[in-house]
Design a protein around this ligand. Structure first.
Ligand SMILES: Nc1ncnc2c1ncn2[C@@H]1O[C@H](COP(=O)(O)OP(=O)(O)O)[C@@H](O)[C@H]1O
Ligand SMILES: CC(=O)N[C@@H](CCC(=O)OP(=O)(O)O)C(=O)O
Length: 301
């Protein structure tokens, strides 16, 4: 057990971060792989509430990939992914919407409210928050990049961010599902990382934190000693090019790139399997995940 002096030291270590971030917006992407255990879910929810009561304005974007895959499986449909994105036919987009908006979003909202927040759920359809356009997946073949149609998968074309700003002004925690609506009237399934990156950019957030189920980024995913705690934007982009960042990590890094380019100060990839990883990353000097920053010389914090 830590003694009272050590307890006070932990609180004092947080002080400069509380001073710096109070009043600022932090976009948190809560990935489906970090929702699979009830204890950890509780720890993420508590961390979000902590941020709120520390004067920060949290905005939550959630995923739910494993739950969508599970529901599709129950209905006899196998899932397939191209460059980390789900191949989404008309039936799949309906199921994705039901799982994301009907189940996961409302569970998160319920949980945050139970813990003492005022949380409100939004899908990209509410007040036309997320206008989407069809995404063409990029596949590398024999050194060439090819575009592939993977169905009702969307990119964020435009965010009508006013509804989120209004809720933030009124003290709510907005909880957003990655479902968008196209100008063609179709519903689009959007990777939650992309939505989080775009929201962080549009809100002028201080930070983007992507909570997932790996420690952070490895230079070589098969070599766990190759963990990197800080990456520059250019290094991260190079790692996508060379293939050392692959699969579900691609949209995360692309989201970081989008946010950093728009002026977000720091982006973080955090291990949701570690209790209170969000608080540790934001309020301690060392942090515990990978931070992706515009330039490596950025002063830590
Ligand atoms: N270089 C890398 N470092 C860390 N993870 C990587 C890397 N390359 C690919 N990945 C993969 O990215 C996954 C995280 O993405 P994903 O499973 O989509 O998470 P989430 O559901 O949280 O969005 C990791 O579990 C890992 O398999
Ligand atoms: C197009 C696409 O891939 N959409 C994702 C949306 C959910 C998501 O992003 O969930 P995670 O964050 O848990 O991976 C999907 O269908 O799985």
């Amino acid at each position: 057990m830590i003694n009272s002096v050590e307890k006070a030291a932990v609180l004092i270590e947080a002080l400069p971060y509380l001073q710096r971030f109070s009043g600022n917006t932090v976009v948190i992407k809560y990935g489906g792989n970090a929702m699979l255990n009830d204890e950890l879910k509780k720890s993420v929810m508590q961390d979000i509430i902590f941020l709120k009561y520390a004067g920060i304005r949290p905005v939550v974007v959630h995923g739910g990939g494993p739950e969508i895959t599970g529901m599709l499986k129950k209905l006899g449909k196998e899932s397939s992914f191209v460059s980390g994105l789900r191949v989404t036919d008309a039936e799949t987009v309906d199921i994705a919407e039901m799982v994301l908006v009907g189940k996961i979003n409302s569970e998160i909202v319920k949980y945050l409210n139970f813990l003492g927040a005022k949380a409100v759920g939004l899908s990209g359809k509410d007040a036309d928050l997320i206008i989407a356009a069809k995404h063409l997946a990029k596949v590398r073949e024999n050194g060439q990049v090819k575009e592939v149609d993977i169905g009702f998968v969307g990119d964020v074309l435009k965010l009508n961010i006013g509804i989120v700003e209004n809720f933030l002004e009124q003290g709510y925690i907005p909880v957003i599902s990655p479902i968008g609506v196209g100008k063609d009237g179709a519903t689009y399934n959007i990777n939650a990382d992309y939505v989080a990156g775009e929201l962080a950019a549009a809100l002028g957030a201080e930070k983007l934190a992507l909570i997932t189920d790996v420690e952070g980024i490895y230079r070589d995913y098969n070599d766990k000693s190759s963990f990197v705690s800080t990456l520059s934007l250019a290094e991260a982009q190079e790692m996508i090019k060379t293939g050392s960042i692959d699969g579900g990590m691609i949209p995360k890094v692309e989201a970081c790139v989008k946010a950093l380019a728009a002026g977000v100060a720091k982006t973080h990839i955090i291990d949701g399997r570690k209790p209170h990883s969000l608080l540790l990353e934001i309020f301690t000097t060392e942090g515990i995940g990978t931070e992706v920053v515009k330039y490596r010389r950025y002063i830590s914090g």
